[in-house]
Design a protein around this ligand. Structure first.
Ligand code: SF4
Length: 457
């Protein structure tokens, strides 16, 4: 009973979060920055913030996360961090020679009011940023939003470098949102199968799932190049996956260069993947190849084979809004019942969307944006579920309430596989389904009386 102090009675809370279902903005900004080739993320604040952001990502991706910091001390905390950042540009480009530095602010530098674009201009003027090198600036105050907001702010900041030459390249911009590196690979694989040429940004594949070769590369081969980022202004369209993670960047490209954008749900599960494939098909005017239809058919086959074990199973979900919306839709399409749904990221649209998706469900549900895992636990105490889908922090609730847990989302600190086995697309749907079925059937095998204990399920 690790969470033995969680009471069943629910009291209205406004001023306190307990066991948050989110982390701070710069963690997301740092993850997005790692999806740019040759980029060194830079945390404009104290060393402690940077150490936390790096370790949050290292513990999930099991990779060393390179990042620099402005190393604020008392002086910078009072008078501002301009001198620290200008000095940092000089040191970083001299010692590590990245192509790009992606700077994000922290609570401290935001409170002081440091103006990153102005500091960048000054550093450029003083020659501290060499010719041909770039600095991306994102404002990420962590007292609003969450890691998802920070990711979105950094991706939007990347669009500043887009250019329009007037010569359309025929490419499609794909903004995948905060998904795993292997999910980005899967999105690219499906796009290539459709014969579409794309620019994916940010793209952490080949960066955070790179092979161990015995040779350390501070800047791995993967990531979107600055040339590709510049070329996004000449693409025929933009597909943004996830309103919270990618919508702002897509709209910014539309506003700046009239590159038409479509914001879709992340392609988790059958219906969202159908919409993704259909949108790609429409943008590029191509037919869906047989191989993709086969993958879809395999997912439908597994769903129909195992439907009896999924039917009306009650589920609790916590995670980031874009992921949770798509997962909720997937569960409802499987005739499962997601009855308790929480995200730590604010946004009224989230609750509305979830209510639309779960409207026809036979059981009434609870949904809260800007909620926390304490509240989710209380809901489960009041109405138990058959399955919990959550990041690693869900293991405390799972243990205390004896509910099977499927680890999904960010962060996963105590299991492996999330970097390598995608959960987007039809193949990803198979993986999600396999994980859920294994959790439910393991539980059934454990609980069944001997007379009901079956060899074949
Ligand atoms: S002070 Fe702000 S930016 Fe730094 S680790 Fe804490 S929440 Fe994140």
């Amino acid at each position: 009973m690790l969470l033995r102090h969680t009471p069943k009675e629910i009291n209205e809370r406004k001023a306190v979060t307990i066991n948050p279902a989110k982390t701070c903005q710069p963690v997301g900004a740092m993850y997005a920055a790692l999806g740019i080739h040759g980029c060194l993320p830079h945390s404009h604040g104290s060393q402690g913030c940077c150490a936390y952001h790096r370790s949050a990502l290292t513990r999930h991706y099991k990779e060393p996360i390179p990042a620099a910091t402005s190393s604020f001390t008392e002086g910078a905390s009072v008078f501002g961090g301009q001198a620290n950042l200008v000095q940092a540009f000089n040191n970083i480009f001299t010692v590590y020679n990245p192509e790009v530095i992606a700077v994000h602010t922290t609570c401290l530098s935001e409170t002081i009011g440091d103006d990153l674009p102005q500091i960048r201009k000054k550093a450029r003027k003083e020659g501290k940023i060499p010719e041909g090198k770039y600095v991306i600036c994102a404002s990420t105050p962590s007292y609003v939003g969450s890691h998802v907001t920070g990711f979105s702010n950094m991706v939007k900041a990347m669009t500043e470098f887009s250019e329009k030459t007037g010569n359309k390249t025929g490419k499609v911009n794909l903004i995948p949102g905060w998904v795993e590196p292997c999910d980005m690979e899967e999105i690219k694989r499906l796009t290539t199968m459709l014969g579409i040429s794309s620019i994916v940004f940010p793209d952490t594949s080949g960066v955070l799932n790179a092979p161990l070769t015995g040779e350390y590369k501070m800047f791995p081969d993967g990531g979107t190049t600055m040339e590709e980022l510049k070329a996004t202004g000449d693409s025929v369209g933009t597909l943004a996956l996830g309103e919270w993670c990618s919508g702002d960047a897509a709209r910014q490209l539309d506003k700046k260069h009239k590159v038409p954008c479509t914001v879709l749900d992340m392609p988790f599960g059958l219906k969202a993947t159908d919409r993704f494939i259909n949108a790609l098909r429409n943008i590029a005017g191509v037919n869906v190849p047989d191989e993709i239809c086969t993958e879809r058919g395999q997912l439908v086959d597994l769903i129909s084979d195992m439907h009896q074990y999924l039917y009306h199973k009650k589920v609790a979900i916590a995670g980031d809004p874009d992921q949770v919306i798509a997962m909720t839709e997937f569960l409802v399409s499987l005739d499962m019942c997601p009855i308790h749904i929480v995200t730590g990221t604010p946004g009224k649209k989230f609750e509305k969307r979830i209510k639309e998706i779960t409207g026809e469900m036979p059981f009434a549900g609870n949904v809260k944006a800007k909620g926390d895992l304490f509240l989710l636990h209380q809901w489960i105490k009041n109405e138990p579920v058959d399955l919990l889908i959550c990041n690693t922090y869900g293991k405390y609730i799972s243990r205390d309430e004896d509910v099977p847990l499927v680890r999904w989302g960010f962060p996963i600190l105590d299991r492996q596989g999330h970097q390598y086995f995608p959960t987007v697309g039809y193949r990803g749907g198979l993986r999600l389904l396999e994980k859920m079925l294994s959790a439910l059937l393991d539980r059934k095998d454990r609980d069944d009386q001997e007379r009901d204990f079956e060899l074949v399920l």
